[in-house]
Design a protein around this ligand. Structure first.
Ligand SMILES: CCS(=O)(=O)N1CC(CC#N)(n2cc(-c3nc(Nc4ccc(C(=O)OC(C)(C)C)cc4)nc4[nH]ccc34)cn2)C1
Length: 303
C-alpha cells in the first residue's frame, strides 16, 4: 500500500466503542467493538485484537502480524480493516472484520446435529483454499488448528490468527524457529517437534489434525491433545512430552479415526500425516481430493 492508501487503514482509537470480549490467547485478547466515527451507532462492528504487552509478545511481533494480515486478500482468510495506535505508538490494536459465529470449536459443539458430512467437507475445502492462497505468498501459518478457524456463516469459514505466521526465505523450502515458545505440539509435524522446521508440508500435517477436529465435532473428549496424552500414558517420566510425542509418531502411531468418520476422509488425514514431509500431499491435491469426496457424498449421501 502507498503511504496515502495506508492512511485509510489508520483508524482512530477514540472511535472504537468497546462492546464485549470475544477471545483470549497468551499474547493478546480480541474484543467486539463498533468503529463509530459518526458517533450515532451506524458504524461497523469489528473485532479488535489488543496487544497484551508482556515479556514474550513484543510490539515488533505484533507489527509483523499486522503487516501479514494487511496484505492477505482471500474469501477464506479473515479480513484486515486497519490498525489503531494508542499511548503514542507504544501500543497498537489490529482491527478486523467481525465474524458473528465465532470459532469453529464453539460452532461445532453447538451445532453438532445439523452439520453433516457435506458441510464439514465444504469447510475443509475452504480452509484448504485459504492455505493454498497463503502458500502462493510463501507464508507458513504454523498454528493451523480449529481454535484459529472462524465461522462467518453456516456455509463459510475463514482462517484467522496469523500471530505465528512466517515467510519462507526464497533460498529455502522451510523456516526454522529459534524460540519455540508456547508450541501447540499436538498439531505439529514430526520435523517441527524435533527440529523446529516449518514448511508448507508441516502446515499440511496440521491441516490433517484440523480435519480430525472437524470430523470429531471438536468434541473435547477426543481432541488431539487428549488422545496423544492417552497414547503416551500420563506418566511421561523424564523424556519431555515433545520427545515422547516424536517417538510415538516415529513408531507410526496416529490419531485414530473419529467416530463415524467416512473412510475416505480418514484416508486424507493419513496422507497429511506421512512421516516424511515430501510424501505429504500439497494443498491443491488435498483440495481436489476433497471435491471428489464431496461429489461422491452428493451422489450417495450417507452423513
Ligand atoms: C491467539 C490470541 S487472540 O486473543 O488474538 N485470539 C483468540 C482468537 C482465536 C482465533 N482465531 N480469536 C479471534 C476471535 C474473533 N472472533 C470473532 N467473532 C466471534 C463471534 C462470537 C464469539 C462468541 O460467541 O464468543 C463467546 C465468548 C462464546 C460469546 C466469539 C468470536 N470475529 C473475529 N474476527 C477476527 C478475529 C475474530 C476470537 N478469538 C485470536
Amino acid at each position: 500500500l502507498s503511504p496515502a492508501q495506508r492512511d485509510q487503514t489508520l483508524l482512530e482509537e477514540r472511535h472504537l466503542r468497546f462492546i464485549s470480549p470475544l477471545g483470549k490467547g497468551n499474547f493478546g485478547c480480541v474484543e467486539l467493538c463498533r468503529y463509530d466515527p459518526l458517533g450515532d451507532n451506524t458504524g461497523e462492528l469489528v473485532a479488535v485484537k489488543r496487544l497484551q504487552p508482556n515479556k514474550q509478545s513484543t510490539l515488533e511481533d505484533f507489527q509483523k502480524e499486522v503487516n501479514t494480515l494487511s496484505v492477505l486478500y482471500s474469501d477464506y482468510i479473515v479480513k484486515y480493516r486497519g490498525v489503531c495506535y494508542s499511548m503514542g505508538r507504544l501500543s497498537m490494536s489490529l482491527v478486523m472484520e467481525y465474524l458473528p459465529y465465532g470459532s469453529l470449536i464453539g460452532y461445532l459443539e453447538n451445532n453438532r446435529h445439523n452439520v453433516n458430512t457435506r458441510r464439514m467437507l465444504l469447510f475443509a475445502s475452504q480452509i484448504c483454499k485459504g492455505m493454498e492462497y497463503l502458500q502462493t505468498l510463501r507464508y507458513v501459518h504454523r498454528d493451523l488448528a480449529a481454535r484459529n478457524i472462524l465461522v462467518a456463516s453456516d456455509s463459510l469459514v475463514k482462517i484467522a490468527d496469523f500471530g505465528l505466521t512466517k515467510v519462507i526465505p526464497f533460498n529455502k523450502e522451510y523456516y526454522r524457529v529459534t524460540q519455540p515458545g508456547e508450541s501447540p505440539i499436538f498439531w505439529y509435524a514430526p520435523e517441527s517437534i524435533s527440529e523446529s522446521r516449518f514448511s508448507h508440508k508441516s502446515d499440511v500435517w496440521s491441516f490433517g489434525v484440523v480435519l480430525h477436529e472437524l470430523f470429531s465435532y471438536c468434541d473435547v473428549n477426543c481432541n488431539p491433545k487428549r488422545l496423544c496424552m492417552q497414547e503416551m500414558g500420563h506418566n511421561v517420566q523424564g523424556t519431555s512430552i515433545s520427545m515422547h510425542l516424536a517417538n510415538i509418531l516415529k513408531n507410526e502411531w496416529r490419531l485414530p479415526a473419529p467416530p463415524n468418520c467416512p473412510p475416505k476422509v480418514y484416508g486424507l488425514m493419513k496422507q497429511c500425516w506421512a512421516y516424511s514431509f515430501d510424501e505429504r500431499p500439497c494443498f491443491s491435491s488435498l483440495g481436489n481430493q476433497i471435491e471428489t469426496i464431496m461429489q461422491d457424498e452428493r451422489e450417495n449421501p450417507k452423513g
